[in-house]
Design a protein around this ligand. Sequence first.
Ligand SMILES: NC(=O)c1ccc[n+]([C@@H]2O[C@H](COP(=O)([O-])OP(=O)(O)OC[C@H]3O[C@@H](n4cnc5c(N)ncnc54)[C@H](OP(=O)(O)O)[C@@H]3O)[C@@H](O)[C@H]2O)c1
Length: 274
Amino acid sequence: MFLVLGATGHVGGEVARQLHQRGEAVRALVRDPAKAKAKLPDGVDVVQGDLERPDTLKAAMADVTAVFLVNRMREIGAGVKVLADAGRLVFLSSASVIDDVAEQANFIGQAHAVVEDAIRASGTRWTFLRPGGFATNTLGWAPQIRGSDVLEGAYGDQAQPLIHEADIAAVAVRALTEDGHDGARHLLSGPAPISQADQVAAIGAALGRPLRWVEISPDEQRRRLAKVMPPGILDVYLSGLASSSPATGVVETITGEPGRTFAQWAADHVADFR
Ligand SMILES: NC(=O)c1ccc[n+]([C@@H]2O[C@H](COP(=O)([O-])OP(=O)(O)OC[C@H]3O[C@@H](n4cnc5c(N)ncnc54)[C@H](OP(=O)(O)O)[C@@H]3O)[C@@H](O)[C@H]2O)c1
């Protein structure tokens, strides 16, 4: 039995669906069972629990041999101890984590490094998935795109290899079900960098509407994002937008598939922008 956390979310939902599709027994531990049942295939066992309340995890652990863990940057040391009883834990961490440093460079790296440390200390076999930017981050553009053919933002030329949640899940499923991933820290990305301006164009192509990027100043972008993002995350997010980075190729190494393009992601999510 595989226990999946975050199954009402993007990555955990895909992990639960892909495991189920392979015919594996899957249990989803969720805070809201009704929400989960609406999103997950019949046959996935849905149990109520809360990662921040370790007593609620114990009942979900019966017959579990591996756990997929998603944590929204909260303190979950006690929960990790319970989940580690499964013997194998695959954790959705972040490319922000830096190994072998006394202090992480930013808030996001720190929040995930603390959980990685707790998992290492638990004695379970572990695999850390460390993706860079998610394609789902562009869902934040949906309100602008619904109301206009113009998308305003800073750093339109900077290109990131945004990753499709289904590709993170595909790697997670390998790490949960196959040997050879113990102690691995998989640095994951999409198949190729794509500029923000081209991301917007790809969403437009999926919608069948020409969308246009309009550059605004970094200060203006910061002012707008500050209304919806906590300061620690805002700084990391903006510095990510301000730089380009290459693809890692790790999804293809592990799954044998190059990974889904941003255009594919936009086609899969076209309803989210309507
Ligand atoms: N965005 C990026 O570019 C990026 C890059 C690298 C790493 N990451 C990491 O990826 C993770 C987010 O993955 P995602 O996009 O799949 O998340 P998501 O779609 O936001 O879903 C989060 C899931 O966690 C569940 N959850 C939250 N608090 C919980 C609790 N106390 N107990 C049990 N379940 C709880 C949510 O359940 P409810 O439905 O009940 O809320 C939801 O299912 C974060 O750790 C983030 O730091 C993100």
